[in-house]
Design a protein around this ligand. Structure first.
Ligand SMILES: [Zn+2]
Length: 321
């Protein structure tokens, strides 16, 4: 079995399989919901299921010719379009033209042809208009899967032609149990989720990329500033390598954790003495103000602003009032 479906997506998966069983699969699906919950993985699993020649228990078998070609990235009936890497982040008409051309071919394996568009809200107007033409006259056996964190930013004409899979944030215990099944301890799993707004895959990414030491160091430096033992300049010095953008994101995550701590105390490796001290010294109103300032700083980030100054401005926010 090559494709697993995350436990919190089981209901969406059942619905998808029921549509296949009833021969009621629409030509276009829109998978919408918050970032970090596995929408893209769900789209991939759907594509895999549709391209598999002998699905087992509703999942792609991982063994057949269809699965092998897909896994090798060379299935002629599969296409995935996305913004150019390292580019503007906009999904341009050239990519949608590839999709139009793809949609006009016939299946090489007498099965479905599947295309994924992700993130669908990244299409500019020309690209969206081109996609609309394909949606208006969908070729037989073609299934288009659109993935979006922000469906409201897509044209209504496109949304209305898709069957919607609206996914919410998973229940906290489901997300925590899944993280624990990946070998993460309970306290750390709860902390990671709080740092990630409850999104389990985001929590996993935070775990893999940063680890607890990163957060402990950040808490220590911020607590030093808040307590008046460290100047913002001293605190910023240790974060030069990470840079202002990464520090801004980490501080935003930490704020989410501190806010949560106000009504449900965090119990984890991160909730050490520095954290307790920091949390005790910051009111809800102050956390709110810091959050707004962080958002302003992110918006103001520009290459012309000296790196050191940008970092110091971040730590300055936590100075004693
Ligand atoms: Zn297969």
């Amino acid at each position: 079995m090559t494709d697993r479906v995350y436990p919190w997506l089981a209901e969406a998966w059942r619905r998808f399989n029921a549509a296949i069983a009833a021969s009621r699969l629409p030509h276009a699906l829109l998978i919408a919901g918050p970032a970090g919950i596995g929408k893209r993985a769900l789209a991939e699993a759907m594509a895999a299921r549709l391209l598999c020649l002998s699905p087992a228990e509703g999942l792609a078998c991982g063994q057949c010719r269809g699965c092998q070609l897909r896994i090798a990235g060379s299935h002629p009936d599969f296409l995935s379009i996305a913004p150019e890497e390292g580019g503007s982040g906009i999904l341009k008409i050239e990519a949608v033209r590839d999709l139009t051309a793809f949609s006009q071919l016939t299946s090489q394996y007498q099965g479905h042809r599947v295309a994924i568009v992700s993130p669908a809200e990244a299409m500019n107007r020309n690209a969206a208009n081109a996609l609309l033409k394909t949606l208006e006259e969908p070729p037989a056996e073609m299934v288009l899967i659109l993935v979006s964190d922000a469906p409201a930013r897509m044209p209504a004409t496109i949304r209305s032609r898709c069957q919607s899979y609206r996914l919410g944030m998973p229940a906290e215990n489901t997300a925590r149990d899944w993280l624990m099944s990946q070998g993460i301890g309970q306290g750390e799993a709860e902390t990671l989720l709080a740092l990630s707004g409850g999104a389990p895959l985001q929590a996993m990414a935070v775990h893999e990329q940063e680890g607890m030491a990163h957060w402990q160091a950040l808490v220590r430096d911020i607590a030093g500033v808040t307590g008046g033992q460290k100047s913002p300049v001293e605190a910023a010095a240790a974060w030069q390598e990470a840079g202002a953008t990464a520090v801004n994101q980490s501080m935003q995550r930490l704020l989410a954790l501190l806010m949560r701590h106000q009504y449900a105390p965090v119990n984890s490796a991160l909730a050490d003495q520095s954290f307790q001290k920091l949390a005790a010294g910051l009111s809800a109103g102050r956390l709110d103000r810091i959050q707004r300032s962080l958002t302003d700083l992110r918006a103001a980030a520009s290459p012309s602003l000296a790196k050191e100054l940008a970092l110091e401005a971040h730590f300055l926010l936590w100075s004693p009032a």
